[in-house]
Design a protein around this ligand. Structure first.
Ligand SMILES: Nc1ncnc2c1ncn2[C@@H]1O[C@H](COP(=O)(O)OP(=O)(O)OP(=O)(O)O)[C@@H](O)[C@H]1O
Ligand SMILES: [Mg+2]
Length: 360
């Protein structure tokens, strides 16, 4: 059965619906704080499981920043406070910098992007970025991008699927790749926010020099070993239950164990699943989403297991880095620097003798 206009509308409304939830709110808050922070660190990593909702978070973050800067943007139409791109999956070892610069330039709405060249050599006036039709080199595009970021006063650039930067053969190549990103951030003055899978953290941890220069933000799944997560996950089910455009509200809460098992506590996986199930339900003219339709449209166990194994490894990296921090502090003896009553001041009651002084 084909879907009629009304059904299509219902489906697209649900597709567009964003459910606010605790883990996303926490990651968003942390991200805002880090972007606003005036520290030297100008590369941020936002990592989490596949399907947790990282791209959604990036989208919301961009929207919020644009909303908050709307007035300023109306006053100065060249101002673009934030932009974002998604990295395509490159051939192994073949990251294309030209393509990358080109994409970011496009995202900044730069006119004449395919004819850009070194502005110092280019023709001035209105088409000051054009150089008599010569094809741009990587260096040309890079310089144009730095200038565009400067002129647009762009403060943050989001790069989604950022693990694709590092699909390279050698550790040295990874470090070089990172240095190029770092220098783009330094030269342009924009913070670069890399969104991606846990692989990003393992890459940074390979090299102490790299990890020193980045701040990590974790966007984790809901974990049933944590009481608050259980409560929050149930709240999400409740929210989706109310939002699903079906005649009779489905009883997702009663199926919570099954739903958790098949979503791994990741809201993006859950949403995609509910979208599929809703489509089935509407197509079949059923009044609500049933367990049967959930079963039919769920992800298979093999895929889920692969994803879950990646999550376990990723979470372990975060746990380790926490325990490493504790160990480091201990080894350094940092607690010795804590505020202690100042011994040198000695007796607070001058004239009064200490009771244990005299031998009896
Ligand atoms: N809070 C949310 N409310 C509604 N829909 C959401 C929410 N979070 C994610 N989604 C939707 O779930 C799907 C998967 O989420 P998303 O693509 O953001 O995950 P991801 O972590 O980026 O995954 P990947 O690692 O595969 O890129 C998308 O269609 C997204 O719009
Ligand atoms: Mg994504």
């Amino acid at each position: 059965m084909n879907l009629n206009k009304d059904s299509k509308k219902l489906l697209s409304e649900f597709d567009a619906y964003t459910s606010p939830h605790a883990k996303m709110a926490e990651a968003l808050k942390e991200l805002k704080e880090e972007v606003m922070a005036d520290e030297n660190i100008n590369i941020l990593l936002v990592v989490g499981p596949s399907g947790v909702g990282k791209s959604k978070l990036a989208e919301i973050f961009i929207e919020e920043i644009l909303d908050s800067m709307e007035e300023e943007m109306i006053k100065d139409t060249s101002f673009i406070p934030i932009t974002g791109i998604e990295l395509p999956n490159p051939d192994l070892g073949n990251f294309n910098w030209k393509d990358f610069y080109y994409r970011v330039l496009l995202s900044l709405n730069e006119p004449l992007v395919d004819r850009k060249t070194n502005v110092n050599r280019g023709v001035r006036n209105n088409d000051r970025y054009v150089n008599e039709g010569r094809k741009s080199t990587v260096g040309d595009l890079r310089r144009s991008l730095e200038r565009a970021i400067y002129h647009r006063r762009t403060r943050a650039i989001i790069i989604d699927e950022a693990q694709h930067f590092f699909r390279l053969k050698t550790g040295k190549a990874v470090a070089e790749q990172f240095n190029s990103i770092k220098s783009l951030a330094n030269m342009s003055g924009a913070k670069i926010i890399l969104f991606g899978t846990y692989d990003l953290i393992s890459i940074m941890n390979l090299d102490g020099q790299l990890s020193r220069r980045v701040e990590e933000i974790h966007f984790p799944r809901y974990d049933l070993n944590n009481e608050k997560d259980v409560e929050d996950f149930i709240n999400i089910l409740y929210t989706f239950q109310r939002k699903l455009p079906v005649e009779k509200p489905p009883d997702l809460l009663s199926e919570r164990k099954y739903i958790y098992e098949k979503s791994l506590g990741c809201v993006g996986i859950l949403k995609t699943w509910l979208q599929k199930s809703l489509r089935e339900t509407i197509k079949n003219g059923e009044e609500t989403i049933t367990l049967e339709s959930l079963r039919k449209t769920s992800m298979n166990h093999t895929k889920l297991l692969t994803l879950f194994k990646e999550i376990v490894v990723g979470e372990e990296i975060f746990k380790e880095s926490k325990s490493d921090a504790i160990e480091l502090k201990k080894m350094l003896g940092v607690e010795n620097l804590e505020d202690k009553p100042n011994k040198r001041k000695g007796n607070n009651n001058p004239g009064k003798r200490k009771p244990n002084r005299d031998e009896v």
